[in-house]
Design a protein around this ligand. Sequence first.
Ligand code: PGA
Length: 240
Amino acid sequence: MKIIIGNQKAYLDAEGMNNFIKETKGDKNVIICPSFPYISTYVEKSNYTVGAQDVSTRDGGATTGEICAKQLASLGVKYCIVGHSERRAFFKESREELIEKITKLSEVGIIPIFCVGENREEKDEDITKDVVGREILQVYDYLEKETIEKIIIAYEPIWAISDGKNPARIPTNVEIADVTAYIKDLVSEKYNASVKVLYGGSVNKKNVDELNTISICDGYLIGGASVKAEEFNYIMERNV
Ligand code: PGA
């Protein structure tokens, strides 16, 4: 069984969210990360385990507009995405912020889903492993071992993530397996921890059966296809 995590980004309005909940069966083994305002509805009305797409670096209190780890935990959130490439690009999230976010989540028992991945130029230069390795070490070197053991890593090549309009090309199974093995070995050698590694980037109903043959890959972080009921039902049926 693969770990299935839906990153619904900011795709759905309230009606779209309600339709998605009605049109998919849901499953406690599947994690949906909706937009913040929809978290309570998912917790109360769906069969999914609920995650968040981001968390504040701050503790709470007098911090207008932020959503803190303790608040997420109090709503029943079990997982949270950290360092998604869209947040790194649009909001210039720094290494220090990522460390802070992961630490805050760990303090309240929420499992971080830490995203890493190379961009198109880095792929062309053939430096994927250098990039991914650096993204991991520059954060993990500042975390407690207990925290490292809980994190799930999502390997998401930036060039394979869909823009919501055009389907993107995705890496071959061999490429995904190779980077996944590299990440697992790195975390095991440097931190003596075993880590679950997901693949993310344009996973959909057309490629999921082929991706399912990569045994070293523990599951998927799914964006666009996680808001399309029919497509997501298919992916769940194949994996849960
Ligand atoms: P995508 O997004 O499946 O729409 O490519 C994946 C992600 O960004 O997590």
